[in-house]
Design a protein around this ligand. Sequence first.
Ligand code: FAD
Length: 511
Amino acid sequence: MIGDPIRKIVIVGGGTAGWMAAAALSKVMGQFPGLAIELVESEAIGTVGVGEATIPQINLFNAMLGVDESEFVRETHATYKLGIEFVDWTRLGHRYVHPFGSYGPDMMGIEFHHHWLKGRSLGDSSELDEYSIAVAAGKAGKMAWPARDNPRSPLSKLAYAFQFDAGRYARYLRGRAERQGVKRTEGRITSVERDGESGFVTAVVLESGARVEGELFIDCSGFRALLIGQELGVPFTDWSEWLPCDRAVAIPCTLAGDRETLTRSTARPAGWQWRIPLQHRIGNGHVYCSQYMSEDEATGLLLANLDGEPLAEPNQLRFTAGRRARAWEKNVVALGLAGGFLEPLESTAIHLVQAAIARLLALFPSRAFGTREIERFNDETLRDYVDIRDFLLLHYNATKRDDSPFWDYCRNLAPPKGLAEKLAMFRSSGRIFREHNELFTETSWLSVLVGQGVEAGGYHPAADLLPDAETRKRLAHIREVVAQTAQQMPTQDQFLAANGSAIPADERRIA
Ligand code: FAD
């Protein structure tokens, strides 16, 4: 940032995206002399209030903020998460887990799954799930610290994320941001001022008449997209052809028993239901497609499938899958729901906010706002969205479900190019390639391809360098070590208590 540095950042919106941006920018840029950060939010408008499941990349964000993990877990009433269990997605009665971390070890210079595929061709009927410590531990509600310094242990492969209370998370970040010097201004923005020549936003004007001036504006105003959409008119690219779900109904309920280490996603006739166990309650929601199901029916189905007593009225939400054509336009950068929305099937929204913040920091502008940096930001953001869209679509498209018009539509979709190529490659030879630096690794693609019942047409020839008997022996040994290790791990509740992360008993809402 040579010459002409930005002196004032204005963040519009105080939901998860706004406070993530405030906490991160004040942490990294806060020391910069003469730089002020102000966040404007309206309590009357409120936040979307959902968004409780994350992926392991959040640990990088926490590390950047310098978060103390036990404190973070306690404050946000979080639980540890080892993956997502998908129920009834492939066909009714079927379940599989998309775990964090990887499966068994690479052998003979090739990925583990080729040996598993070879084993299957030899008649071994073991499931891929049996080779993942995250699956074994997740199914048993267990948790332990990864053992990175012990490569022989399956725990060296463990990765984890969190499930937390969205409201508490925003408040936690707000506390950090304010301590780091961010100014919070309460009020509803009623108009926006722009420079007559450049079209750059110069100020937002509140109902009270107060003006908040800035040089860089971060639009975190949620689905309203106040600056990027309403003011600058950047069009929204609609992807509902691929991801037709456009509604959700959310409701928390009391929790019974131990807190699981898996988020659960259960496919329903016109969408799916999430179940996210936190320390003090369970977060539940039903994502559905309004073309195939009414609001009443969707709400009824959700209420009939809760594992505890409802703790609030159902919260109805509407959305369209897709993204802003450009997330950065002039001096406005859109984060969170203002920038786009992909349904929470793989818990990616908070990650997209975090990734965009990291990208903004890497490309942080001067007041000259170089077009090259803006283009790069937009290109990378587009790629993130396309990659995740394709990964989500895999769950819907590669299904054997034919029990409702919704599933018929999803099953018969012609996949977009990137997904079509991944499917073709796996079907032909069991190979998976991670494109560029896409979020989901080969392991993630593998778990969902296999979980959704896509058959690999072969395996890497190097798997045959191991004699058949040796392949069988090693597979059996890995399964045994994984199962034994999981058995010895503490439960989530024991783990939380042992690490000073459990919330006081009177804050738990047990059914
Ligand atoms: P919001 O929470 O809507 O915040 C918008 C802010 O803008 C508010 O503070 C509001 O007051 C302010 N604002 C708006 N207009 C004005 C105005 N005129 N004046 C002043 N202030 C204004 N993500 C995950 O990672 N995991 C999940 O499991 C997950 N589940 C989800 C489930 C559903 C059904 C939905 C819809 C989303 C889910 N998400 C999930 C996404 C996640 O909730 C959002 O990405 C995240 O909460 C970010 O929201 P936001 O901050 O962009 O918007």
